[in-house]
Structures are given as structure tokens and as C-alpha cells.
Design a protein around this ligand. Structure first.
Ligand SMILES: *Cc1c(COP(=O)(O)O)cnc(C)c1O
Length: 240
């Protein structure tokens, strides 16, 4: 990867994107869904803006970053500057006021406390912040997010915050060698999504189910993902 010229990397991103689009279409078809109902996010952490901009020139219209500071540092270099951006990494309360003006969605709301901090920051700038609730779908010690049995109760509490709009759920299953093994976790997340939607809670719209990354977006779509977050399969392996 390091030895590739910028032009070669551009071409690789183009080829990768074409392949990903084909696989998204195939997964949609296999599960009887419309390709248009599945949104694609380019995960741009550690990626140099020159390559992000090349991806945007291919028609990608949504990027995701994990860290507030990294996003801030890239903003001036992005073309178009107003490309839609989501935060997908854990957020600390003291960074809420920094991120709220910068993104159209925070996908990683993982506690009532952070929801309250985001609500407060959004109120200050007169914004209603779209959010997803992050689910720790396999109850892993190492991961943040709401446990499946805690989601509904927290969703109800968060829905009462007037400057927050709950739009759906985000989940990351345990790392599995074989993506087939992730399907039951994706299915569980989808079931939660459907259950909460069926309750018709005020200020909760279960429209976005964000799950599936480079190695398992195909399986996530089969289980109902509406948004897939893809980094390395598009840009190549990350170098930290
Ligand atoms: C890094 C990251 C991704 C993308 O990971 P890849 O395996 O490179 O596709 C997706 N979602 C989150 C939350 C991430 O941190």
C-alpha cells in the first residue's frame, strides 16, 4: 500500500467502490430489498483528505469519523466542505459542544449521560441533534453501548430530551473470522429495532439501523441494515 502512487491509490479506491456497490446490490437482491434503501458511509478515520476527496468525487455523500479532533482537523480540506458527516466513535461529555455543530448525526450515543450533554449543547445552538443509540449487542465487556435489555428504557428517557431526535440504532457485533457468525447478532439488533419501532414512542423514529463494516456489510444487509459503515474495504488497510 505504502508503495502505491497517489494515482494508483485513486484507482484502487475506484475499483473497491465499484465492487462494494455490486455486493451491496447483490445483498439487497438476496434479501428482497431495494438497493436504494441501503445507505453507504465511507469511514475516513486515519485517511488523508486527498483520498477522502477522491471518494467523494465518486458520488459518496456520507463520511464517518470516530474522533472529534480528527474530524475538526480535516474539515477545512474536505471537498465539498458540507459533505454529510456522522460521528461513529465514543463521545466524551466535554466534547459534546464541539461535535454538535459539525455533524448531522451522532451514531454513538451510549449512555443517558452523554445524551443529556448532547441535548444541552444542541439547545445552545438551537439545533435538534439526530442520534442513534449504540447497542452492545453481544454484551461484551470491552465495548460501550446499551445492553439489549436496557435499550428500551434508555430510549424512552432520551426521547424526552427536546434537542435530541432518536432516529434508530447502531451496533457492532463481536469480531468473527467468519462473517456468517455475525448474522445472529445483526438479527438480534434488527429485532430490537423492530420492537422499539412497534411501540410508537413520541420523538423516536426507528428509521436507521447502522450495522456492517468492511468484512461483514453483506451479512448485515441480509439481516436488515439500512446503513453500512465501510473503511478499509474502500481505502485499504489503515496505518496508525
Ligand atoms: C473503523 C470503524 C468502521 C469501519 O471499519 P472497517 O472494518 O475498516 O470497515 C465502522 N464503524 C465504526 C464504529 C468504526 O470505528
Amino acid at each position: 500500500m505504502e508503495n502505491l502512487s497517489v494515482e494508483d491509490r485513486f484507482r484502487l479506491i475506484e475499483e473497491n467502490y465499484k465492487l462494494i456497490r455490486e455486493r451491496i446490490a447483490a445483498a439487497a437482491q438476496q434479501s428482497g430489498r431495494n438497493t436504494e434503501d441501503i445507505r453507504f458511509m465511507a469511514v475516513t478515520k486515519t485517511v488523508d483528505p486527498i483520498f477522502i476527496n477522491h471518494a467523494l468525487s465518486l458520488g459518496i455523500d456520507l463520511i464517518g469519523e470516530n474522533k472529534v479532533q480528527e474530524l475538526q482537523a480535516k474539515l477545512d480540506f474536505l471537498k465539498p466542505e458540507d459533505v454529510e458527516k456522522h460521528l461513529i466513535g465514543h463521545l466524551q461529555s466535554n466534547k459534546a459542544s464541539k461535535i454538535v455543530p459539525l455533524v448531522s448525526m451522532i451514531e454513538s450515543i451510549d449512555s443517558l449521560k452523554i445524551a443529556k450533554a448532547v441535548n444541552q449543547s444542541a439547545e445552545k445552538i438551537g439545533k435538534v441533534m439526530d442520534v442513534l443509540l449504540e447497542i452492545n449487542i453481544a454484551a461484551e465487556e470491552s465495548k460501550t453501548g446499551f445492553l439489549p435489555q436496557e435499550v428500551l428504557e434508555n430510549a424512552e428517557a432520551i426521547a424526552l430530551l427536546p434537542h435530541i431526535h432518536v432516529c434508530g440504532l447502531m451496533a457492532i457485533p463481536p469480531m468473527c473470522e467468519d462473517a456468517q457468525n455475525s448474522r445472529r447478532f445483526f438479527s438480534l439488533a434488527h429485532q430490537l429495532f423492530i420492537d422499539i419501532r412497534s411501540k410508537n414512542i413520541d420523538n423516536i423514529d426507528m428509521n436507521v439501523l447502522s450495522m456492517g463494516m468492511s468484512h461483514d456489510y453483506y451479512e448485515a444487509i441480509l439481516e436488515g441494515a439500512t446503513l453500512v459503515r465501510v473503511g478499509s474495504a474502500l481505502f485499504g488497510a489503515r496505518h496508525y
